[in-house]
Every structure is written in structure tokens, then in C-alpha cells.
Design a protein around this ligand. Sequence first.
Ligand SMILES: *Cc1c(COP(=O)(O)O)cnc(C)c1O
Length: 462
Amino acid sequence: MHYVSTRGGAGVRDFAGVVLTGLAEDGGLFVPQSWPQLSERDLIELRGHGYGDVAMRVMQPFVGDALDQPTLARLIEEAYATFEHPAVTPLRQIDSETWLLELFHGPTLAFKDCALQLLGRLMSHFLERDKQRLTIIGATSGDTGSAAIEACRDRDGLEIFILHPKGRISDVQRRQMTTVTSGNVHNIAIEGTFDDCQALVKDLFGDAEFRNEAKLGAVNSINWARVLAQAVYYVVAALALGAPARQIAFSVPTGNFGDVYAGYCASRMGLPISQLIVATNNNDILARFFGSGAYQPDRVVATMSPSMDIQIASNFERLLFEMVDRSGEAVTGAMQSLKQSGSFSVDPEHMDRVGQLFSAKRIGEAETLDTIRDVATRAGIVIDPHTAVGIAAGRLTRKSKATPLVCLATAHPAKFPDAIDKALGSPPPSPPKIASLFEREERYDVVANDPAAVKNYVREYL
Ligand SMILES: *Cc1c(COP(=O)(O)O)cnc(C)c1O
């Protein structure tokens, strides 16, 4: 399988190339040259198989010759063995024809583990094969950092540095990162805000000399392997609920558009998805886009679902590419317009290419709390605020009550105790994984909000 850039100006790569590169050199995102198909017969044959078998069948055509089958099977097996539930991503019914797809049974209790546990292993494998090393640098406002650290810890060829704003993330979030004492993990508390951390990372990547010297890489959400790994659980859930004989609808709490775009990929492969509901919090750029065809970032506002407090949905460019009939020129034009005038528009004809499949809905803070309360009362299940946004949007937007609706549950409620306390009057009990964080030693260094200081810190370890 070959991959092309959404902006049409980069050379083609194989799977290993896109895993290690992340962003294409023309600023675009890599997408597969064609969509491998899962026929009705393929899907029927997959019924009753475990997560690993389905993952293998979904991913193999996209991996192509970049990995032999036993190696891919081993990496998949190892990645999902870190999950605590035997089904990896179990379904739980919350009312008639509505299910939760629990994606939070991995090491950091949020759905990013589903993709990152595999990505870390893939990267490490390709680096070892090529006798290369990569220095992963990232900034986190909380959740992504711990998932990236868990994905990279103790992996050959990888050194990881995660910047967090000192004193500005929760104790649980900090401890999930700083209690990892593997030799290749480096936590840096920056004397500044999350925006400062992001600016520092951008500065480091912008310094070509340092980038080459340190062999900088990223595990951010635009990496194709993350999207691909996420397409798997759509297939797993749909098969369990009767596909291919039945259509299935999904509601997806959305920030960077990575997770819901993975659903789109599954649909393009032939999975019978009737509806993909794009659920946003008050940061509603995507809900506004699907309503009007205009993509216009606004200011980011803080909500109780912070992992979706995003106004630049980086993976959206991949869907745009499909909407404009895979024209790299049209995508480049839209991105220039975004940069110059702060927005771009897609005309109705091109909106129709995906309009049948996608619906979108913004959910406010009060509705999020109401939904947490309602699901606790009626189903006896405590859900996290991101999941609540997805359920609320799903209930308001589903086209048919007879079609099963799967709402993606993206985080364990114990990661957001304040929101649960606000909704239900008490915080949820902590699972052992979180409780034990408070008994372990923390390790991190405080570094000034200054690019030179961060570079020096990184150099010390290389
Ligand atoms: C990252 C994240 C999301 C949003 O996922 P995207 O792929 O960015 O759309 C939703 N919920 C939780 C808990 C997350 O960590």
C-alpha cells in the first residue's frame, strides 16, 4: 500500500514511511492511495473472532509489505494485551438499541491507548530494523502525555520528553506521567502555561539544526497508524451488534476529528455504518462546519470535557481531501484561505459527498451534566463528561431508533472526578490503577519557559 499527501506535493511512502514521518513534507497528511475493501463475506467470516484477529484483517491491507504477517500479529497481540478487559473494547447496553463502546481499559484509562499502544510498538520495530533512533517530544495539557509515555516507555530506539505546565494539570494527570520511571522517559514541568509548552515544542521542531541533531519525532494525532488502529473497534462493535446484516450508527465525542475519521475509514472499507455523529462540546467548529459548509476556528473555551477543547481539528483535512474528490490542489487552496482569511468553505455539491453519513451536534455544559445524571439514574452506569457529550448528541441526532447506536466511551469516569461530583454529588471510586499512583515516587524536572533551556535539557540525554 502506498500513501499520498492530502496536499498532493509529497512523494509517496509505504506504511513504515508514514509511521515514522507523521506529517508530509508539503504540510499535508498522509492518506492511503485507495481504500481496501471488506466484503460482506469477509465480515461474516470475522464474526465471533477476537479483537486481535479483527485488527489483523482490518490493518493488513494498509500495512502491505512493510511488515510480515507474524510480526504484525505479534505487535497487535502485545499492544492489546496491555488492556484489562478480555474483549479489549467491550460493549455495554444503556437502553434499548443504545450501547457504550468502552475504549478506556488500557494503561492510562482513556481511548488514546487504543492507538498509541500499537503506534509505540510499530515505531520501535521500524527504528530497530533501520538501526535508527527517534526523540519524541510533545506538550500535554493532561491526557495525551500519559498515553504517549505509556506507549514509548522502555521501547528500543525511542526517547520521550513530555512538557507539561507546572502546577496546571491535575494530580492524577501529573502522577500518571511522573510515576513512570523508565530510563527513556523524561517529564519536564515548564514554568508556564500549556500554550507556552506548545510554543516551546513548535520552536524545537522549527529549529532544523536541532531537529536533525536530536532526530525529533512526534506521536501526535495526525499519524496515520493512529487512525488505522482506531478503525478496528468500529468493525469489532458493528460485528457484535449484527453487521453486516444490520446497519449501525456511531456517536463520537470529537476534538481533533481523529476518532470519528477512523469511523469514516471503516465505512469506506465497506462496514455498513448508517450514521456517524460528530459530537462536540462548546468548541463547536465541526458542528458549525457540518451545518453550514464553512470551516472557521473560533477562540477555545474551557469545558468539563477538556480533551475536546480544540478549535483546529487537525485530522479534518483528511475528510476534506475526500470531499473535494482527492484534489491536493483544492486542499492546498482551502488551507491557504484558512491561514490568510481565517476560514474556508466547501460548496453544497461537495458537502453532499459526505452529508448522508455525517451528522453533527454541539452539547453544552448543562446538557453534559444532565446526561451524566440521566445515564447514572436509568442505567446505573457512571460515564465521563466526554462520553456524555457523545451520548447526548447521539440521542438528539440519531435518525432511527431501530438502528443500533454505539456511543464511544472515551475515558474512565475516575479521570474526571470533579465533573462527576458536580453531576452526581460525589466523585466516582478510584480504580486501583489510579489509587496506586499516590503511593509511587514521582520523577520530573522543572525547566524554565525558554527554548534554549529545553534544548540543553534534551541534549544532556542524547
Ligand atoms: C482525545 C480525546 C477525545 C477526542 O478525540 P479526537 O480523536 O481528538 O477527536 C475524546 N475524549 C477523550 C477522553 C480524549 O482523550
